[in-house]
Design a protein around this ligand. Structure first.
Ligand SMILES: NC(=O)c1ccc[n+]([C@@H]2O[C@H](COP(=O)([O-])OP(=O)(O)OC[C@H]3O[C@@H](n4cnc5c(N)ncnc54)[C@H](OP(=O)(O)O)[C@@H]3O)[C@@H](O)[C@H]2O)c1
Length: 259
């Protein structure tokens, strides 16, 4: 029987794109998450909390390849260290992980934790691949929707983003997962770089609203490195194709992006 590929976080934004692609490539998939999901053709679910469960080995056992997507607002370093421990005991032969562009450069707690998670993978002694991706279009839309709930919107000056389509990140991760372990591969960012002010203005225009915009300066070292572009893809990065404008138009047409 063919070994399943374990996908942690396979029920999330990215995971929902990844799982059907792995199935289409002919692989059985085991999804790990806290809440689980309905089994489908060739897809099984295990429930486990990567942060709390002391023994994750049964969830990993029998999977030669692990694609680690599960992540949250905090604790990704600990969650990844726990997964790595179980993967080592289960003789995993390829551990693939998705991180965030700037994890190694932006001094914010959640990015430090992503960087520590990368290190846990690289130091695992297992063959590994890590892809750093830019913010997904979905996240940028959530961010803009939340920001524009207020009548007056603070806009950090000099903050730029390179939103990328989650489906394109998923396709790249599936190629990497089915390929040979490759270490740290080139970043994957969207096709264009946008100022946050520009994204906000475009979103307000597209949703037919006005908001008072209040320019603010991001404080401290994190503010400085953001203004310097430490969250942007390095030269040599892979760039996605689907633009933010195309994504937003699609969401607004379907009604899903309406405030
Ligand atoms: N969103 C972005 O813009 C972006 C950009 C670059 C990289 N990334 C990285 O891509 C990965 C996936 O992001 P996403 O946007 O798809 O996230 P998401 O939509 O929030 O999904 C997170 C997934 O992880 C699972 N999960 C969370 N905490 C868990 C835990 N402690 N134990 C087990 N499962 C857990 C969730 O299921 P349950 O809640 O049921 O456990 C869900 O399946 C993350 O590592 C993130 O850092 C995201």
């Amino acid at each position: 029987m063919q070994a399943p590929i374990l996908v942690t976080g396979g029920t999330g934004t990215l995971g929902r794109h990844v799982v059907p692609l792995l199935r289409a490539a002919g692989h059985p998939v085991r999804v790990l998450s806290r809440r689980g999901g309905a089994p489908g053709d060739g897809v099984t679910h295990v429930t486990a909390d990567l942060l709390a469960d002391s023994d994750l080995e049964p969830a990993v056992r029998g999977a030669a390849t692990v694609l680690h997507l599960a992540g949250g607002a905090k604790g990704d370093d600990r969650a990844t260290a726990n997964l790595v421990r179980a993967a080592r005991r289960a003789d995993v032969t390829h551990l693939v992980h998705v991180s965030v562009i700037g994890a190694d450069r932006v001094p914010l707690a959640w990015l430090r934790s992503k960087h520590d998670a990368e290190r846990a993978v690289a130091d695992s002694g297992l063959p590994w691949t890590v892809l750093r991706a830019a913010q997904f279009h979905d996240l940028v839309l959530t961010m803009l929707t939340t920001m524009t709930k207020l009548p007056m919107v603070p806009v950090p000056g000099g903050l730029r983003l390179q939103p990328v389509d989650a489906a394109e990140v998923a396709a790249r991760l599936v190629d990497l997962t089915l390929g040979a372990p490759a270490g740290l591969v080139p970043d994957l960012a969207g096709p264009a770089t946008h100022g946050l002010d520009e994204l906000l203005a475009g979103y307000l225009a597209a949703t037919g609203r006005r908001r008072l915009r209040l320019p603010v300066r991001l404080p401290g070292r994190a503010g400085r490195v953001y203004r310097e572009g430490a969250n942007l893809a390095r030269p040599g990065a892979t760039r996605g194709v689907r633009t933010w404008d195309e994504f937003l138009a699609g969401r607004l047409r379907s009604g899903a992006g309406q405030p």
